[in-house]
Design a protein around this ligand. Structure first.
Ligand SMILES: O=C(O)[C@H](O)COP(=O)(O)O
Length: 252
């Protein structure tokens, strides 16, 4: 049996302001750092350890990975940063307030952008300085790969799943204990792939920040169980809060 731990980054500056973030490289808040450290302490207390960590190229996930590992005295393990684990690209919604978007376009529309499986948010326009081709971090990658200007979850699955299959899974099969520090929707994409989850089910999944998710997998990689580590009532409330981020402001 294998154990795999996946964690969404702690609260980011834009989570706090309720803005769509996507590939925007926004840092954690103080609370985000502290929650990530608390997750590390909890993992250590519960007897977890790691040999290797995978994260995205976005600092909210990288800083979460290091905060967790620091609390576990595991700063020395390899931390692999790869854009395949980036958040879903949120296109032209990046930087927009989720509540304001719901007030303007309706909750249904915003929910469709956030949770439908195959509807892409509006694309970032040509020439926008936020496009991957204008970011130094993606310069080398862009020589061989076409990077997105928007993504639906299906697109995110298409980049996350091969990376998991070809890069991460072989390490788990070698017996390495793996931590993945990623994002709400890249984690949902991983879950969809690992569990072979139907589309109708993944649309209803919301991932709380800085909460370790534990997978037990059989030797042939079937899911034995999946659970969140921590206070189950608090986790339930955190999941509800993520779900409700795109509710209209009261009175609208
Ligand atoms: O990119 C973002 O805005 C968040 O990390 C995830 O947002 P969502 O829960 O609205 O998909």
């Amino acid at each position: 049996m294998y154990t795999l731990v996946i964690i969404r980054h702690g609260q980011s500056q834009w989570n706090k302001k309720n803005l769509f973030c996507g590939w925007t490289d926004v840092d954690l808040t103080e609370k985000g750092f502290e929650d990530a450290r608390a997750a590390g302490r909890l993992l250590k207390k519960e007897g977890y350890t790691f040999d290797i960590c995978y994260t995205s190229v976005l600092k909210r996930a990288i800083h979460t990975a290091y905060a967790v590992l620091d609390e576990m005295d595991l700063n020395w393990i390899p931390v692999i940063k790869d854009y395949h684990l980036n958040e879903r690209h949120y296109g032209a919604l990046q930087g927009k307030n989720k509540t304001e978007m719901a007030d303007k376009y309706g909750e249904e529309q915003v929910l469709q952008w956030r949770r439908s499986y195959d509807v892409r948010p509006p694309v970032l326009p040509d020439g926008d300085e936020r496009l991957p081709e204008n970011q130094p971090v993606y310069k080398e990658i862009m020589k061989t790969v076409k990077l997105p200007h928007t993504e639906c979850l299906k697109d995110t699955v298409a980049r996350v799943a091969p990376y998991f299959e070809q890069v991460i899974k072989p390490e788990i099969q070698k017996g390495k204990k793996v931590l993945i520090a990623a994002h709400g929707n890249s984690i949902r994409a991983l879950m969809k792939y690992i569990e072979d989850m139907p589309e109708e089910e993944i649309v209803g999944i919301n991932i709380p920040t800085a909460t370790p998710m534990i997978y037990h997998l059989s030797d042939d990689f079937r899911v034995i169980d999946r659970s969140f580590l921590g206070d189950q009532e608090a986790i339930k409330a955190a999941i509800e809060a993520v779900k409700n981020q795109s509710a209209k402001s009261s009175g609208k």
